[in-house]
Design a protein around this ligand. Structure first.
Ligand SMILES: CC(C)=CCC[C@@H](C)[C@H]1CC[C@@]2(C)C3=C(CC[C@]12C)[C@@]1(C)CC[C@H](O)C(C)(C)[C@@H]1CC3
Length: 637
């Protein structure tokens, strides 16, 4: 794709030659300028003709198998995926198999039962034999040596049950009735983090129905291949809480085990038999309505690929010939991406908007906007087109949706889920673009649409001045005690993030600068100051901020510093900024210069250098940007 774009956009021939610095040589102003010109020029070649920059957004290794299982049980594998698709998918899965035979949660991760089982199953459903290239044998040995598929965490157990290679009684209950409890209860699913509630929503439908796909011969084979004891001798009740140690990131609290056991032993028998079964039926109808609302308001993309695959199965279970199922199938292709390592499923329908607005800001930072008007105009059009122009129909609170009008998603307008920082960064880009002549970069966005953007940003502030990604925080931290997922932490409620809070501050500060007389200035002012106080309040004692959405402390600390500086605090008057600079300097890799942070920082919440103490361009840039923002870098250019 990228090769294709760079060819079709045409190679620019009038570029200066690349600059090679002598070792220890100084980068002169001219050298920097030439490098920037070459970089922006190269980057503009990679722009798609609708103005965004296509990019891979993959790496999670349980997503492709969810597609393959969904297609298998809906009997549409070969109609949706051509043999070439399937070949490329197999190539991807083999390419990311670890040397020990298993698969990690993501392409750099050590092997887990969840992904080893899921990818093994996916390969078998894609026609691989038991001993293809020896890799399948190795994969199977990994699974059996580590205790077999009864130790798959709950999400894996769920998919295996749908496929028919694991008994539903070996799952903890996912009662659809939960959606009918009064909303004031903190456990109402409408109060959960949107990603989790939208994954558990279709899961509760399929669980409530105990749906199992057809027992094909490959399903029967898998029953014999995945376990250390014969399938009909498995103690399913014992298997319910089993989890391999390699997968246990978040263990069940004792409270949770009591809740599941009670629901299993008392709740489920009631819902499965008359008159309780009437309630189950009503609960399933209600859940299906929520599923349809999510499908229709996202044009069948859904908030993420996992709930998309699950919703698609639900639509098929309801009616295999339904329009809804066909519409789902059409949008599977939005998630596929092919690269040198094979074909994968993206972790979202993409990062189109995010990449485009950050690119526009980056080009602005180079000071070269006038040299790339065409690129900027195309990007401008894309950003304008991608703003969500209306709230979704009906009473949004009934569907537990926040307002969406005026927001931007991480990807495309169709996706329909605005994100606070995507909105703020898009607003920043749009405001920068307003400063350029329309003749060069196109008409500026109407002010009413800027107002809408500001409105949604203000509506997303929590009482403590913080911002989550998609919604206000709707429940309590202690709900994490009921996190059933084993593999993922902090998934029960929407949390607040330094990144989102900082982006919103920056967006509103730029808006305030350009529209100082705006009628909501008092609210804007209040929001900026409260958000900055919040950022200070969550700084860690070593001066860093934990970044959730990239790697990790260098990212978070960059946002922390930027937010505080934008809000008017300085190195001189803010101890938080001084401590942040000290933190960053303490992590610089000497004598090399530069920063290099591993993804393990995020996992263990402790700053971890990259293997071999290598520096990484991206972490180095974030750290440098934070230090420059804080006024701690003297530029000799
Ligand atoms: C376990 C499940 C449900 C898998 C789907 C993965 C999603 C939950 C992830 C994939 C991409 C992801 C990390 C993302 C985000 C949230 C969680 C996502 C959607 C957001 C939108 C949160 C806010 C961030 O600042 C930023 C905009 C960078 C990211 C983008 C990717």
């Amino acid at each position: 794709m990228l090769l294709f774009l760079s060819k079709s956009n045409g190679l620019k021939t009038n570029l200066p030659d690349p600059i090679k610095l002598e070792q220890h040589g100084y980068a002169t102003k001219e050298a920097v300028l030439i490098s920037l010109k070459r970089a922006v020029s190269r980057y503009s070649m990679l722009q798609a003709d609708d103005g965004h920059w296509p990019g891979e957004f993959a790496g999670t290794l349980f997503l492709l198998p969810s597609l393959i299982v969904a297609l298998h049980v809906t009997r549409s594998l070969t109609t949706v995926l051509t043999s070439e698709h399937q070949k490329e998918i197999r190539r991807y899965l083999y390419n990311h198999q670890n040397e020990d035979g298993g698969w990690g949660l993501h392409i750099e991760g050590t092997s887990t039962m969840f992904c080893s089982v899921m990818n093994y199953v996916a390969l078998r459903l894609l026609g691989e034999g038991l001993d293809s290239h020896g890799s399948m044998l190795q994969a199977r040995s990994w699974i059996l040596d580590h205790g077999g598929a009864t130790l798959t965490p709950s999400w894996g157990k769920f998919f295996l049950s749908v496929l028919g290679v694991y008994d539903w009684s070996g799952n903890n209950p996912l009662p659809p009735e939960l959606w009918m409890v009064p909303y004031f209860l903190p456990i109402h699913p409408g109060r959960m983090w949107c990603h989790s509630r939208l994954v558990y929503l279709p899961m509760s439908y399929l669980y409530g129905k105990r749906f199992v796909g057809t027992t094909t011969s490959i399903v029967q084979d898998l029953r014999n291949e995945l376990y250390t004891v014969p399938y009909n001798e498995i103690d399913w009740d014992k298997a319910r809480n089993g989890c391999a140690k390699e997968d246990l990131y978040y263990s069940h609290s004792p409270l949770q085990d009591i809740v599941w056991a009670t629901l299993k032993k008392i709740g489920e028998p009631i819902f499965l038999h008359w008159p309780g079964s009437n309630l189950r039926k009503r609960a399933l109808d209600n859940v299906m309505k929520h599923i349809k609302y999510e499908d229709e308001t996202t044009q069948y993309l859904c908030i993420g690929p996992l709930n998309k695959m699950l919703n698609m199965i639900c639509c098929w279970v309801e009616d295999p010939n339904s329009e809804a199922f066909k519409l789902h199938v059409e949008r599977i292709y939005d998630f596929l991406w092919v690269a040198e390592d094979g074909m994968k499923l993206k972790s979202y329908n993409g990062s189109q908007l995010w990449d485009t607005v950050l690119t526009v800001q980056a080009i602005f930072a180079t000071g070269l906007t006038k040299e790339f008007p065409h690129t900027i105009k195309l990007a401008h059009d894309y950003i304008k087109r991608s703003q969500i122009s209306a709230n979704f129909p009906g009473d949004q609170t009934k569907w537990h949706r926040h307002i969406s009008k005026g927001g931007w998603t991480h990807s495309t307008a169709d996706h329909g889920w605005p994100v606070s920082d995507c909105t703020a960064e898009a607003l920043k880009a749009i405001l920068l673009l307003i400063k350029l002549p329309p003749k060069l970069v196109g008409e500026p966005m109407e002010t009413s649409r800027l107002d809408d953007a500001v409105n949604i940003l203000l509506s997303l502030m929590n009482d403590d001045g913080s911002f989550g990604a998609y919604e206000l925080t709707r429940s309590y931290e202690w709900l994490e005690l009921l996190n059933p997922s084993e593999s993922f932490g902090d998934i029960m409620i929407e949390h607040s993030y330094v990144e989102c809070t900082s982006s919103v501050i920056q967006g509103l500060v730029l808006f305030r600068e350009m529209y100082p007389k705006h009628c909501r200035m008092e609210e804007i002012e209040n929001c900026i100051q409260k958000a900055a106080d919040y950022i200070e309040s969550i700084q860690r004692s070593d001066g860093s901020w934990y970044g959730c959405w990239a790697i990790c402390f260098t990212y978070g600390t960059w946002f922390g510093v930027r937010g505080l500086i934008a809000a008017g605090r300085t190195y001189k008057n803010s101890q938080a900024i001084r401590k942040a600079c000290e933190f960053l300097l303490s992590k610089e890799l000497l004598p090399l210069g530069g920063w290099g942070e591993s993804y393990l920082s995020g996992q263990y919440m402790v700053y971890t250098n990259l293997e071999g103490n290598r520096a990484h361009a991206v972490n180095t840039s974030w750290a440098m940007l934070a230090l420059i923002d804080a006024g701690q870098v003297i530029l000799f250019l």
